[in-house]
Ligand binder design. Structure first.
Ligand code: SD4
Length: 330
């Protein structure tokens, strides 16, 4: 309802209830709920998003910066050896090496990224250092490691006994066949709007388990795994990175929001694009999962994915909760 009609309706209701002269209310127009911005708010992918959101909220809840919140939130998941698809304890590549991908983006188009980084537990913080301390936006492999060590990050073994055991089991067949929605947690992508109304995002992963050595997915690629435009909104992705890169997925989601779609519609259209392209390329959609989450400047959020099984966590003033999006493959 437009604010003038709403004002007239509200005025009529209030004045008839209290028998006031409507003119008394002219100076006290009731706020239009559409103009109220839901902030701060943070969204992140999968079940582990709940604890990551909680961590991010320690900054957002106190009026802190979205950039600091998203870095802190995803670091928690990177450090947890029981989360086997991100950071320390992540599943290795087919050579038994844990190689990590991460990127970060703030409200001013500052970006930083690392890909195929080994032996560092918090790739997201290395990505932030690339953003803040180098003239570049992306470092990979040995170069990224050298930079991290020079910045004081500790070199550590990231392959836990559990992940090593799984890899040895996998070697028996050596068949690369990514499983959709594996154990209900994959990449963590996090996007946040802070109390100042600024957006930022972070995305971090060990990538597809048993990938070829040197394979890089969407997660460290700005515009694929993560994109933020402070005038419009932010989006992040999880799932089969090759499909997300092919469509420059999160850039697409943000551009659709710029054209007026709400976050859910934008995610849906981007997923539909991926589905259409996969069909054109004769891919079996049952083997592919991609999920997007998106947030706009008003603090409205939405999500959509290819198939059932994806979920995400949202934290705002109403609390922290898991939500399940609609999906394309019924
Ligand atoms: C990748 N998108 O490396 C990541 C991994 C992921 O569900 O999210 N898997 O392709």
């Amino acid at each position: 309802m437009n604010s003038r009609r709403k004002f007239i309706k509200n005025t009529a209701l209030v004045s008839s209830a209290f028998l006031l002269n409507p003119l008394d209310l002219i100076a006290k127009e009731l706020p239009d709920s559409n103009s109220v911005i839901n902030k701060p708010i943070v969204l992140s992918t999968w079940n582990f998003g709940l604890k990551a959101n909680q961590e991010a909220w320690t900054i957002l809840g106190k009026g802190g910066r979205a950039l600091d919140a998203v870095e802190k939130g995803v670091r928690l998941v990177e450090l947890d050896p029981n989360e086997r698809s991100v950071g320390y304890g992540g599943r290795p590549d087919r050579d038994g090496r844990v190689t990590l991908d991460a990127c970060i983006m703030d409200e001013n188009y500052n970006i930083g990224s690392v890909a195929a980084l080994e032996n560092i537990k918090n790739p997201i913080s290395v990505a932030r250092a690339v953003m803040e301390k180098t003239p570049h936006v992306m470092l990979v492999g040995d170069g990224a490691l050298q930079f991290a060590v020079a910045q004081g990050f500790k070199k550590e073994n990231l392959l836990t006994p559990e992940s090593e055991k799984e890899w040895k089991e996998w070697l028996k067949t050596s068949e690369y066949k990514p499983v959709a929605n594996i154990e209900n947690h994959d990449t963590i992508g996090m996007i946040a709007l802070d109390a100042q109304g600024n957006l930022s995002g972070a995305c971090t992963t060990s990538g597809m388990a048993f990938k070829m050595h040197g394979r890089v997915g969407d997660s460290p690629i700005i515009g694929a795994g993560l994109f933020v435009d402070n005038e419009v909104g932010a989006a992040t992705a999880t799932g089969h990175g090759e499909e997300v890169i092919r469509t420059v997925g999160t850039h697409l989601v943000v551009e659709l929001m710029r054209q007026g779609r709400n976050p859910m519609q934008a995610c849906k259209e981007a997923v539909e694009r991926i589905v259409k392209i996969a069909q054109r390329r004769n891919k079996d959609l049952k083997d592919i999962q991609v999920g997007f989450i998106a947030l706009n400047k008003k603090g409205e959020y939405g999500s959509y994915c290819i198939q059932d099984g994806f979920n995400f966590a949202v934290q705002d003033q109403k609390g922290n909760r898991l939500e399940k999006p609609e999906f394309a493959l019924k």
